[in-house]
Design a protein around this ligand. Sequence first.
Ligand SMILES: [Mg+2]
Length: 93
Amino acid sequence: MKETMQKIMEFRDERGWKPYHTPENLAKSISIEAAELLECFQWDHSFDQEHVCEELADVLIYCLQMVDVLEVDAKEIIFSKLEKNAMKYPVQK
Ligand SMILES: [Mg+2]
């Protein structure tokens, strides 16, 4: 994860994009890329795996950039939310 974060931030910083990466802009970008991911499945059930992976990567990259800007730990917030989800959706249900 550390290497991945470093690579993403390096790409962003080399281009001077950090000032544009506000939480609001990143949330918009995550949503836009999620729509592009959904577009891969428009009209039928077949899909291009390579295209899906590219759009999925775009979503993940923006999510990790938001993690960086919010100064939170991705693993911590995922584990915390999984705990909440486990209470909301117990295995017995
Ligand atoms: Mg895209």
